[in-house]
Design a protein around this ligand. Sequence first.
Ligand code: SAM
Length: 236
Amino acid sequence: MGSKTMYEKTADMYDYRHQSPTTKLMRKKEKAFLKHISGLVLDVGCGTGYHLSFFPEIIGIDISKSMLKHAKKRKKPLVICSGEKLAFKDKTFDGIVCFSVLNFCNAEKTVKEISRVIKDNGMVLVSVASVYDKNYSYKEKKSLKIDKYHKVKKFYVCREKARMKLFTKKDFVELFEKNGFMLKEFDSLFVRVKPKWNSFVGFSFIEKLLLALERVFDKKYGCVYFGLFEKAPGSQ
Ligand SMILES: C[S@@+](CC[C@H](N)C(=O)[O-])C[C@H]1O[C@@H](n2cnc3c(N)ncnc32)[C@H](O)[C@@H]1O
């Protein structure tokens, strides 16, 4: 199952599933970066449109019609298209956000497109699940088969196999650098984001410990990476 089918199938549950404490923490981290994005903004893989409300001038794109149906409530312009082939002219946007999308699509093609449609010195804010995302549940660690390219071979949504790729910090940063971006800020979240059924309880002891350790350990060991990148003028 490709990411389009996966989100077509789960769109009606998306907002409900994303109310867990770890997701709220992820949203808090994302928000801390939003002040760096201004002007005409593109939300690549906007899903149900959570981030659309934060910007006065924003266009949301997504490959899934069902996800966009939910995003309509934000009353912002929406376009159905793939991040791998953006329906916009070169250097159109001052800022781009792309949260939790690159794990589910062709990240190489998508970042190339992001690089094409952003203006010189434009800022891009991205989050991805990292290779450390798999570590917190022993059961899940055993069931996820991950190859040497960090492609998760077995990832199931609604009992169907779906595509997923996890990132090392090096993969993540290099992907943007080779497309003409400079890393300006980096952060990560140490607890696994749980968009799951019945996970609306508070943090476990282990999660609380991991959150406390966030300040001590290298951020590359986080489960979710947040990167703020600036497009270098004259590149590509
Ligand atoms: C985990 S959701 C994130 C949604 C939203 N950005 C958020 O933070 O709530 C991933 C989204 O990426 C979209 N997506 C996956 N592959 C895509 C692609 N190639 N082009 C555009 N959107 C894509 C999915 O349809 C889905 O809405």
